[in-house]
Structure formats: C-alpha cells, structure tokens
Design a protein around this ligand. Structure first.
Ligand SMILES: NC(=O)c1ccc[n+]([C@@H]2O[C@H](COP(=O)([O-])OP(=O)(O)OC[C@H]3O[C@@H](n4cnc5c(N)ncnc54)[C@H](OP(=O)(O)O)[C@@H]3O)[C@@H](O)[C@H]2O)c1
Length: 249
C-alpha cells in the first residue's frame, strides 16, 4: 500500500506477475496495482508485466446476455457494479483500467489475464477465497448459494495462462481464461449427484446483477497456445478430492 514499496523488489527483474488482490476491499486492490505498476515504470530491466485481473471486470453489465459471447473488448459497467453492490467487480475493473492507463503512458508491455472463478486442488495450506466459498457451499454453512451465473476455470489452466502471457512474445492485451459458464444452482446439482453425502446449500441468494445467462469467448488465449480448457467436472472433482485429502471435508 506504500508508494515505492515494491521498487527494490522489482529493480533488476525481467518480468513481474501482479496477482495479489484482496477479495472485498476496493482501495488496496487499486492502490496495490498502481504501486506495483509504478515500481515497474522505474525499473528499466522490466520487459513485461502480467496482471491478474478477472472476468468480473468483463461480465458485470446490464446487457451481458445481449452482447454474449463476451470477449476481450467488453468491460464491466461501473454504474451496474455500484447499483448492485458488486464491489469486487468494481475494484477489479477500476484497477485494470488504471493499469492500462499507466502502461500506455509509460510504455510498459502489459499483458492481462482475466480468469473466471478459479476451481481445482488447493495449492497453499489454506484455501483461496474462491475455494473457501465452494467449501461453505458444500458444507451448507453459508445459508444460501450466490445467485450468480459465471465462468469457471481450472487452476492448472490459469497457471498455464499466466506463463503463456509472460513467455509468449505474441501475447498482448487482455486474455480471457474461462471454461464453462454456469449458475451456482447447476454446479450444486452436478456435485450433489456425485457427492450425495454432503449437505450443500439449497437456497439461492437474492442478490441481483450477476445472474444473467451469458457466455465467454476464450479463443484468443487458446489460439495463443493454451491447451483446451479443462471441463467443470474435472475441476470440481480435483477440488473435492483435495478438500478430502487435506481434511477440509
Ligand atoms: N480465485 C478466483 O476465483 C479468482 C478469479 C479471477 C481472478 N482472481 C484474481 O486472482 C488473484 C489471486 O486470487 P486468489 O483467489 O488467490 O485470492 P486470495 O485467496 O484472496 O489471495 C489473495 C492474495 O493476495 C495477497 N494480498 C492481498 N492484498 C495484498 C497486499 N495489499 N499486499 C500484498 N499481498 C496482498 C494475499 O496475501 P495474504 O494471504 O497475506 O493476505 C493473498 O495471498 C487476485 O488478483 C484475484 O482477484 C481470482
């Protein structure tokens, strides 16, 4: 959060991945991005910066269904985010727009990965924010599941996408990384059939603004060389197995 605090870490570095972002705080998400990009502009060694944005900076808009399939030219509408209290989407959209502004002004070679909701095995000892959400839905600890239709993607594909974004000289602009789009009710139906012993949430939340059907176009990153994206059943099977292996389920 302190301006210049990444200067020393970035000096002499060829490539920077900026992935850190708090899940529900606007200021640290935007300021963190500005700080890292600011330090990158000072370090003459940096050849490319890869920023982890999100499909949340693409799909949150009133007309999502009409303009589908969504591609890299689409942006979430900040007024739509404010009206529906979609503050994560708001922060990710503003942060990504600011990053593009800095890149344009400073000439940084910025490539942005826009992952859908990330699913798969735990890589760290504690679940990420998205895996915590899945865990509470499977265990029935939330009281409801989100009234959201969104894309899902396997963590392996997100990692491969970041490496491609950094290493492939032809990579540029934004890169959507999203497998199937589904409503949470469909995910729960799929999981309940396979794992009937878990309680699962059965009440849908009432929040509006993210429930419209839509589709995401990941052709750009596939054409760049990413293998076909793993399907829903594989990413959720890997996730549940990992929860079981690590004692979370
Ligand atoms: N998970 C998804 O479904 C998903 C989907 C699309 C995009 N993304 C994006 O992918 C990135 C990683 O997401 P994630 O799910 O792994 O998130 P996460 O589980 O919430 O972890 C966020 C990470 O960022 C770090 N962080 C947050 N604020 C920071 C700050 N001010 N300074 C330094 N580190 C900070 C956190 O460090 P601490 O552990 O120390 O708090 C944590 O390691 C984020 O940019 C997120 O927006 C995630």
């Amino acid at each position: 959060m302190v301006q210049g605090s990444f200067d020393r870490a970035i000096q002499g570095v060829d490539g920077v991945f900026h992935t850190a972002s708090p899940a529900h705080l606007i200021d640290p998400c935007i300021k963190g991005t500005l700080n890292v990009l600011g330090s990158c502009t000072k370090a003459s060694s940096v050849r490319r910066v890869v920023l982890t944005s999100s499909c949340s900076s693409i799909r949150c808009r009133d007309d999502v269904q009409r303009v589908s399939p969504l591609n890299e030219s689409h942006w979430s509408d900040l007024e739509h985010c404010k009206r529906n209290n979609l503050w994560y989407a708001y922060a990710k959209t503003v942060a990504e727009k600011e990053a593009w502004k800095i890149a344009e002004e400073s000439g940084i070679d910025l490539v942005v990965v826009n992952p859908a909701f990330v699913v798969g095995p735990l890589l760290a000892p504690q679940p990420t924010s998205s895996l915590r959400l899945i865990l509470t839905i499977v265990k029935g600890l939330r009281g409801e599941y989100p009234n959201t239709t969104l894309g899902f993607v396997h963590i392996d594909d997100v990692i491969a996408a970041h490496i491609l974004a950094m290493e492939e000289s032809k990579a540029s602009g934004r890169l959507i990384c999203s497998s199937t789009v589904a409503h949470w009710s469909e995910i729960i139906e799929m999981l309940r059939a396979k794992y009937p012993s878990y309680p699962f949430e059965d009440r849908c939340g009432s929040q509006k603004g993210q429930d419209n059907p839509h589709s995401m176009n990941s052709n750009k990153i596939i054409q760049l060389g990413l293998s076909p994206l793993k399907p829903l059943d594989e990413m959720f099977d890997d996730c549940i197995k990992s929860f079981q292996d690590k004692g979370f389920l």
